[in-house]
Design a protein around this ligand. Structure first.
Ligand SMILES: Nc1nc2c(ncn2[C@@H]2O[C@H](COP(=O)(O)OP(=O)(O)OP(=O)(O)O)[C@@H](O)[C@H]2O)c(=O)[nH]1
Ligand SMILES: [Mg+2]
Length: 407
């Protein structure tokens, strides 16, 4: 029996088994068996065409966004309009046959966009080029699931299932479960909140299926058995996702109102570039990037070319590293202006965590550090001063009603 058939068999058995106290051990075992079989599919031993070989392209930019969807939903049209990079568009299915990379520049950050071939149901099990496509999706910082609003919305579920079957968790945080294998001492289970979805029996069943007999497990939230399996399997990837609902030029306002209710969704029309502003803004929020403006000593901060960091690598050390490796060797301290500090400027060490739009001035070992950078302080504040002045002028202009004449 093939792995796919065995998976089907277990899924059928689970569907037939009612969840209650007497069956919870058995269900736990089945879930763990299922997860193990799915892992076999994800990492085929030899051949199998997995692993994204020949599909992946070199990483560029600070983040990578991959377009996943069924054929002909408009992925390549969106790619071409967003980035200006040509990717073949066709009225027939499977126009795109390999990864096409492009770049979009937004708020000073260079973002890599990957147009991927269309996938079909069963992709994760090796149908079509799906497995390679999903393997590339695993390397992305953000996934756009592109859907055609004229097609049934059940397509959304099918694609989610394909990605989940490949260990990708969408718009989800890693489970708050601390799991440590031990040499001896049996299974030690503790929880800081009441567990309403999981019983001790199920936990034991899952662990025994993995042949784990000694471990400390601490639940910090009301976890499910699937969360526990994700932690034990350990190869899950947590990626934010936006559902891009394309071709809204083909539907009515009433239908548009309805699809607007879908969480994490942005309706667009790639063809006419409708609602790209909202798409880009939502993309930016999901990426949670951190822009840092550098301020050389005695000069104005460079507001045009921020150093862009990701929100899990945003210390002063990461900032230095991303400019040049040698900076850290001479690093003495840094002055920071912005929301990550209490005083402006504040002297910080390299472990300080920066926030979006902070201004940073590095003090090197050989620099003479005399008091706080008084002149520099004025320079940074001058930006706030000019911003306020410009805002005031705008108000005045608007008041006399000449705004329209001016623009
Ligand atoms: N009405 C309408 N048609 C669109 C829109 N965007 C794309 N299309 C059309 O949809 C068809 C498929 O577009 P593609 O961009 O090639 O779709 P794809 O998702 O890249 O397809 P594959 O590469 O085959 O996976 C083309 O005929 C496009 O002209 C849109 O916003 N509205
Ligand atoms: Mg395409």
């Amino acid at each position: 029996m093939s792995v796919v058939e065995r998976i089907k068999e277990i899924e059928n058995e689970m569907a037939k088994t009612q969840k209650n106290k007497a069956t919870s051990y058995h269900l736990g075992q089945l879930k763990a068996k299922l997860a193990k079989l799915k892992r076999e599919i994800m990492t085929p031993s030899g051949g199998g065409g997995g692993g994204g070989v020949g599909f992946d392209v070199a990483k560029t930019g600070v983040a990578r966004i991959g377009f996943v969807g069924f054929p002909s939903v408009g992925k390549s049209t969106l790619m071409s309009k967003l980035t200006g990079t040509h990717s073949e568009v066709g009225a027939y299915e499977f126009t795109t046959l390999t990864t096409v990379p492009g770049v979009v520049q937004y708020k000073g950050a260079k973002l890599q966009i990957l147009d991927l071939p269309g996938i079909i149901e069963g992709a994760k099990d090796g149908k079509g080029r799906g497995r390679q496509v999903i393997a590339v999706a695993r390397t992305c910082s953000l996934i756009f699931i592109v859907l055609d609003v004229l097609k049934p919305m059940t397509d959304k579920k099918i694609i989610e299932k394909e990605l989940e079957g490949f260990g990708i968790r969408l718009n989800k945080k890693p489970p708050a479960i601390i799991f440590k294998k031990k040499e001896k001492g049996g299974i030690n289970m503790t929880n800081t909140v009441p567990l309403t979805q999981i019983t001790q029996d199920e936990v034991k069943a899952v662990l025994s299926e993995y042949r784990i007999h000694n471990a400390d497990i601490s639940f910090k939230e009301d976890s499910s058995i699937d969360d526990l399996i994700d932690v034990v399997e350990g190869n899950r990837i947590y990626i934010p996702c936006i559902y891009v609902l394309n071709k809204i030029d083909q539907i009515s306002i009433e239908e548009l109102d309805l699809i607007y209710k879908i969480p994490n969704a942005v309706p667009i029309c790639a063809h006419h570039e409708w609602n790209f502003d909202e798409l880009l803004e939502t993309m930016w929020k999901k990426l949670a990037l951190v822009r840092i403006y550098t301020k050389p000593k005695g000069q104005l901060p460079d507001y045009d070319q921020p150093v862009v960091l990701t929100s899990n690598k945003n210390s002063v050390e990461d900032f230095c590293d991303s400019i040049h490796k040698a900076i850290l060797e001479q690093f003495k301290c840094a002055y920071v202006w912005g929301s990550s500090v209490k005083h402006n400027p504040q002297k910080v060490g390299k472990e300080h965590i920066l926030q979006d739009e902070d201004v940073v001035q590095i003090v090197k070992n050989e620099d003479l550090e005399v008091g706080s950078p008084g002149k520099d302080k004025e320079m940074v504040s001058s930006r706030f001063y000019w911003n306020a002045t410009i805002a005031k002028l705008h108000v005045q202009v608007e008041e006399v009603g000449v705004m329209e004449r001016l623009i």
